[in-house]
Ligand binder design. Structure first.
Ligand SMILES: Nc1ncnc2c1ncn2[C@@H]1O[C@H](COP(=O)(O)OP(=O)(O)OP(=O)(O)O)[C@@H](O)[C@H]1O
Length: 227
């Protein structure tokens, strides 16, 4: 499979507060992620993993440097263009699934597709395929509250990739699960990434899962480094 650069961070800076409360979290961070690559972001609490993911996912602006997604330099773009790139190119998975509780699993996966303008029938077909792929095809009619934690996370992963993004950003996607379920959910995530050629950056405290990814990076002194 031909690999291309999906995400590029160049000299990214992020500071919070000022004066005595100034906190420099990212100090010229560089990072490149290619299609088909799964990278673990493993770093101690408070070093800036979520900050980095928010900046990479265009949810926050950096204070300096540049975020490039599929060749588009994003920081000078107006908000509506950033929203379009975020909606079309990026899928997010969080530690807590954030599924809509009043909708069924399949409806949760259909939602982003319908927001993007796909007809209901097609959205439902794709959502069904994704549920099958995540091995929970038989639970599509159930609401999140009726599913186990691992099943909820698999629905959240299916929802994140529903619009066929090129970049998947995950913040502790298995952090809320026991080790066995975490491993099972990661299997499903990995299969999906491998099959679709997505680029994935996954923040995790789980060293066993990190060991299964293609590459491991950490944040040290405000920079992204391999380890
Ligand atoms: N809006 C904010 N104002 C001030 N400080 C902030 C703000 N957001 C984050 N921080 C601080 O920046 C640092 C990095 O936060 P971040 O959430 O990115 O860390 P993390 O590595 O994801 O941590 P964890 O593993 O605990 O989730 C923390 O010390 C946090 O308190």
């Amino acid at each position: 499979m031909k690999r291309n650069t999906v995400l590029k961070l160049s000299g990214v800076e992020r500071h919070y507060g000022q004066g005595e409360t100034l906190l420099s979290i990212l100090k010229g961070a560089d990072f490149t992620l290619n299609s088909g690559e799964i990278v673990a972001l493993v770093a101690p609490s408070g070093t800036g993993k979520s900050t980095l993911l928010h900046i990479a996912g265009l949810l926050e602006h950096p204070d300096g440097g540049e975020v490039t997604i599929n060749g588009n330099a994003c920081d000078g773009l107006p908000d509506d263009k950033r929203t379009t790139i975020r909606r079309n190119e990026i899928g997010f998975v969080y530690q807590f699934h954030h599924l809509l509780p009043e909708f069924s699993a399949i409806e949760n996966i259909m939602m982003p597709q319908m927001i993007a303008g796909l007809p209901r029938k097609e959205a439902k077909e794709r959502a069904g395929q994704l549920l099958d792929y995540m091995r929970i095809g038989h639970r599509g009619a159930h609401r999140p509250g009726e599913l186990s934690g691992g099943e909820q996370q698999r629905v959240a992963i299916a929802r994140a990739v529903a619009n066929a993004p090129s970049l998947l950003l995950a913040d502790e996607p298995t952090g809320n699960l026991d080790p066995e379920t975490a491993s099972y959910v990661f299997d499903a995530l990995e299969a999906l990434v491998r099959q679709s050629g997505l680029a994935a950056l996954i923040a995790t405290h789980n060293h066993e899962l990190a060991g299964r990814m293609d590459r491991r990076v950490t944040i040290a002194d405000g920079k992204v480094v391999d380890f």
